[in-house]
Design a protein around this ligand. Structure first.
Ligand SMILES: Cc1cc2nc3c(=O)[nH]c(=O)nc-3n(C[C@H](O)[C@H](O)[C@H](O)COP(=O)(O)OP(=O)(O)OC[C@H]3O[C@@H](n4cnc5c(N)ncnc54)[C@H](O)[C@@H]3O)c2cc1C
Length: 310
């Protein structure tokens, strides 16, 4: 028995049936790609999220929290550790606060949160209505769209750190940059438990109309199907999709994966694509764009697990 398997069976003694062993991850991802995790826990509350990650930390087991896995590519070999799927979904509006706030558990769906705000005529998260991730993933990566992003509305978040325990972080402490935070840059183990957002009073009609406009724009420009959204960050003053298209790669396929012919910064899983198919497309796009324009495309998504360098 490997050290990891021994540690996972010790974890089983702590978490019992909540821990599933050798679980395929593809079905938990928006791209429908990824090998197995040594262990998997589905956390349906903030308390069970805390319990699962704390137990992993105590037993020194590599552990990764995922929300909708809409911004990660998981290796075909899977993840040598425990994946905690965050489904902690409570949402509480404080309509008496000035400004109005909403406190969301980190496993809440970001788009659902935006729509709940919209129904109450609360503005600020319209851009997020079609982002298919969780609040935790969005706070971690400074998700954004249509000229706004998480840092525009985040008041504070509660995080759980393996050494310092629970802390309340202001927005400034995340040191946000474009699709990035200090947690993402340092690959921190800290887990976001809840997030508090500021909203402004508007009307349901106005907020919903803005969401509809954004949704229509998205449907017209982005491909349907299984994907991870934008693969690369836009380099300063340019667009990753334009650069990939200019390098002649629109519609390029490797195995079951395709650089979308609708939007070249999307890679779509057409026919049972493997992570390796997508990884090879990533490297191809980086190489061709570098040759063509001298620009090194930086990944927006994260790679999880082990990869064979190409
Ligand atoms: C069709 C499509 C469209 C998209 N459009 C957009 C867009 O417009 N704008 C945009 O910014 N993104 C977009 N994305 C990407 C993605 O939806 C966002 O980045 C989203 O915020 C990721 O959330 P998630 O829950 O899926 O994170 P995951 O993919 O599950 O995780 C991403 C990273 O966040 C970390 N993480 C997740 N939850 C926590 C937590 N509670 N605590 C600590 N770390 C955590 C993970 O460990 C991982 O490192 C799109 C994706 C798809 C598939």
């Amino acid at each position: 028995m490997t050290d990891l398997m021994q540690a996972v069976s010790r974890l089983k003694a702590v978490l019992g049936e909540k821990l599933q062993e050798k679980m395929p991850l593809a079905g938990f991802t928006t791209a429908q790609i990824g090998g197995p995790a040594a262990g998997l826990v589905i956390a349906d509350s903030v308390a069970s999220l805390e319990e699962a990650v704390s137990a992993c930390w105590q037993l020194d087991i590599p552990c990764k929290v995922l929300g909708n896995a809409s911004n990660v590519l998981i290796s075909d070999r899977g993840f040598e550790g425990v994946i905690v799927i965050n489904r902690a979904k409570s949402i509480r509006f404080n309509l008496n606060a000035e400004p109005v706030t909403v406190l969301a558990a980190s496993g809440s769906n970001l788009g659902g949160l935006a729509r709940q705000a919209g129904i109450q005529g609360l503005s600020g998260l319209e851009w997020a209505a079609t982002v298919p991730g969780t609040v935790g993933g969005a706070v971690y990566g400074n998700a954004g769209a249509h000229g706004s992003d998480i840092q525009a509305n985040l008041e504070m978040a509660e995080i759980l750190h393996p050494i310092s325990g629970k802390e309340k972080w202001t927005c400034g402490q995340f040191e946000y940059a474009y699709r990035s935070s200090v947690l993402k840059r340092t690959r921190s183990q800290a887990v976001i438990l809840t997030a508090l957002f500021r909203l402004t009073q508007s009307t349901k009609e106005e907020v919903m109309a803005r969401m509809d406009t954004f949704n229509t724009r998205r449907r017209a420009t982005q491909p349907p199907g299984a994907s991870m959204g934008s693969m690369f960050k836009n380099p300063a003053g340019d667009f990753a999709g334009r650069l990939i298209e200019a390098a002649g790669l629109k519609g390029q396929r490797i195995g079951g994966a395709e650089i979308s012919s609708m939007h070249a910064n999307f890679m779509v899983n057409h026919e049972n694509a493997t992570a390796s198919d997508v990884y090879r497309l990533i490297r191809l796009a980086q190489q061709k764009v570098k040759e063509q324009s001298g620009i090194k495309l930086e990944l927006e998504i994260e790679l999880l697990g082990e990869w064979d360098e190409i």
